[in-house]
Design a protein around this ligand. Structure first.
Ligand code: 5GP
Ligand code: MG
Ligand code: MG
Length: 180
């Protein structure tokens, strides 16, 4: 699996440092709150456990699964709710944790859902932000790294369901797109 990677963008150490920084920022902002942390399956699971353990804040953890990508490298443009949270978010502060924000469609869908349910506040923490990919106007409040407009894998991010367990974020060799 590691042999399929052309270059590493963010190492395990880079990500650990970023998670610590994000956790500290969130701790400062949420010290008097008890947010519901919503991790977006499956990609955000990795960074969620890192950031949560760097937060000195009372939280409740929830998971949501939405689908937009259909496993390839281009967004399908349509977002669908696959598995909903079970928590009631009315009047609660909510912190969404994502692996990457690209077009913003996934995030917009989730934010709209939470607002419909009368969440008190909604903020977003993401490991990666790809601002050049944005189609909808959504902003991440806590960002690990701004990534160039390239398709990346690892640390939760997949290509056709694979590579999520790489301990770093990297770029696949072009031949993988042709072979797999
Ligand atoms: P958006 O809805 O913002 O276009 O994309 C969000 C989702 O698309 C992410 O949660 C992620 O699953 C997928 N995605 C966007 N860019 C990339 C990328 O560079 N690599 C991978 N593996 N997935 C991506
Ligand atoms: Mg995601
Ligand atoms: Mg994916």
């Amino acid at each position: 699996m590691n042999d399929d990677i052309e270059r590493i963008l963010y190492s395990q150490e880079d990500i650990a440092k970023a998670a610590k920084r994000l956790g500290q920022q969130i701790t400062t902002d949420y010290k008097d709150k008890v947010p519901v942390v919503i991790s977006v399956l499956s990609g955000a699971v990795f960074i969620t456990t890192d950031v949560l353990r760097q937060m000195d804040v009372y939280t409740q953890l929830a998971f949501i699964d939405v689908s937009s990508y259909n496993g390839g490298t281009k967004s399908s443009g349509e977002v669908r709710l696959v598995t909903d949270i079970t928590q009631n978010v009315a009047d609660r502060d909510v912190l969404i944790i994502e692996d990457i924000v690209d077009t913003g469609r996934t995030l917009k869908f989730i934010i709209d859902l939470l607002k419909q349910r009368h969440a008190k506040s909604v903020r977003v923490c993401t490991l990666l932000d790809k601002p050049t990919g944005r189609v909808l106007e959504v902003k991440a409040d806590y960002v690990g790294f701004k990534v160039p407009d390239e398709f990346v894998v690892g640390y939760g991010l997949d290509y056709k369901g694979e590579y999520r367990n790489l301990p770093y974020v990297g770029v696949l060799k072009p031949k993988i797109y042709l072979d797999k």
